[in-house]
Design a protein around this ligand. Structure first.
Ligand code: ATP
Length: 462
């Protein structure tokens, strides 16, 4: 647990990140003009770019780089029996207590046990209610009648959409075990406590991959997927010292899991789960077989030897489940830095910089004419148009050049290209690097190639 001072510092950093996110158009509070909606957030122009890029990197990693994994986009609304089979109707609950005095609501497993035993509110000392189970699924009705026959749920995880389609995919795409199905999509949970910005929200996005394996090979595949997921974060360029594994103890294991590890990240508020890697055994497909009455066994044609019957079995499932919006928060925290860059004794001494990997930065290159006049703005626009096809660009001609660099630093733009009078004479531009603030002169004709190279060879220096 962080001590009080680190907890205080953590809170202050989170506040700075939340305020930067709003100021620069990454994330806004949902329906803010009405006072905001708890557990819901909106992604602004830079936020949606960042989210799309994180999703794209994950998708490429999981599908393009793995011949044995295919994609899926299942619907959010599913047959309600799905959630009976999955165990969510019965088991997807949090223990809930309320304070009778200040009306604050807590998760019983998140307050000190002594408070729970004494039934004493940790906020105001008032009396707590007894613990009751609270189902996290959002329930609504489909069609005009609001009766029990029309109940439908907003999916609390994307995984079930994959399980109910596993046979379709085997048949349509001739997949052979071991193989995986990847999916990115929205999930909804009626979370009791939603604090820490976008860490835990009621509406969020998940990036899940379910890998179907032969029983008996599951432990080996489980270890393999743990290795691969760790390597993915190395590739993303995050600070690896801020990541660790946490194995679920017997009390933490979900009802479906045989073994489970979380990848945790050191967020400003402490170590928290970022992604789960789970060995879900044959639980899910066995339950769907039972509830749907359909035979979901895999027919293992390849293991068939002459004269024996074709082996059939319910595959085991290894799941890797990461939050997309939670990864975005991790990336923001990981990239956030304040750096002293001068010694003049004023605000300009410090800069705030987001050190995104150039492969996921919302803006890759900003084009800045030193002056608006003497044709510099036109030349800069022309260069921007040239870069647009291959890079995400920004253009800024307002204010002192130093201020403009700072604005781009705060948005996490890794490269700025400045056009000055010399550019008109010799067709060169200044390329400025966000991290080192180093500036070099590059011929315009080599600019795009140079940027591609810099993105590919990027190494974080801080
Ligand atoms: P927690 O214990 O934090 O409630 P969980 O163990 O229930 O999470 P999983 O069901 O394993 O989480 O979900 C997989 C991933 O989905 C998590 O690692 C997290 O990144 C993301 N996730 C889960 N719930 C939320 C939420 N309410 N808001 C944002 N992301 C979430």
């Amino acid at each position: 647990m962080p001590d009080e001072s680190t907890e205080y510092q953590g809170k202050a950093i989170m506040e700075k990140i939340t305020s930067l996110a709003k100021r620069r158009g990454f994330v806004y509070q949902s329906s803010e003009i009405y006072g905001g909606q708890n557990g819901a957030w909106d992604y602004g122009p830079l936020g949606v770019e960042l989210k799309n890029r994180i999703a794209r990197t994950w998708w490429k990693e999981m599908t393009q780089l793995h011949d044995d994994i295919v994609g899926l986009d299942a619907s959010i609304l599913m047959h309600p029996r799905t959630w009976e089979a999955s165990g969510h109707v019965e088991n997807f609950t949090d223990p809930l207590v309320d304070c009778k005095n200040c009306k604050t609501r807590f998760r019983a497993d998140q307050i000190p046990p002594e408070n729970l035993d004494a039934r004493k509110c940790p906020e105001c000392g008032g009396e707590l209610t007894g613990t009751r189970k609270f189902n996290l699924m959002f329930k609504t009705h489909i069609g005009p009648a609001e009766d029990s026959a029309s109940v439908i749920y907003l999916r609390p995880e994307t995984a079930q959409g994959i399980y109910v389609n596993y046979k379709n995919i085997i048949q349509s795409n001739r997949m052979k075990i071991p193989f995986g199905i990847a999916q990115i999509g929205k999930a909804f949970r009626n979370e009791i406590v939603t604090k820490n910005f976008i860490f835990r929200t009621c509406e969020f996005e998940q990036m899940e991959m379910q890998y179907f394996v032969k029983p008996g090979t599951d432990v080996e595949w489980f270890n393999e997927w743990r290795k691969r997921r760790w390597a993915y974060y190395e590739k993303l360029g995050v600070k690896m010292d801020n990541l660790r594994w946490h194995q679920h103890g017997p009390d933490e294991l979900a009802h479906y899991a045989k073994d489970a590890y979380d990848i945790e990240y050191l967020f400003p508020m402490g170590w928290r789960e970022l992604e789960g890697v789970h060995n879900r055994s044959d639980y899910d497909l066995t339950r769907h077989t039972e509830y749907s009455g359909k035979d979901l066994q895999y027919i293992d044609q390849d293991s068939n030897s002459e004269g024996t019957s074709v082996p059939r079995y319910i595959p085991f499932i290894i799941e890797t489940s990461a939050g997309l919006t939670r990864t975005l928060l991790m990336i923001l925290c990981d990239a956030y830095d304040e750096e002293k860059v001068a010694d003049k004794g004023n605000d300009d001494d410090w800069r705030t910089v987001l050190r995104f990997h150039p492969g996921i930065a919302p803006i890759t290159v900003a084009v800045l004419p030193l002056m608006k006049k003497d044709g510099l703005a036109e030349l800069a626009q022309d260069i921007r148009t040239e870069l647009k096809e291959d890079f995400s660009t920004d253009y800024d001609q307002g204010g002192a050049i130093g201020r403009r660099y700072r604005r781009q630093d705060e948005a996490g733009t890794p490269f700025c290209v400045t056009i000055d009078y010399q550019s008109k004479d010799d067709n060169t531009v200044t390329l400025r690097f966000r991290d080192s603030m180093e500036q070099i002169r590059v011929p315009r004709s080599e600019l795009a190639q140079r940027l591609r190279q810099e993105i590919k060879n990027y190494k974080r220096i801080k």
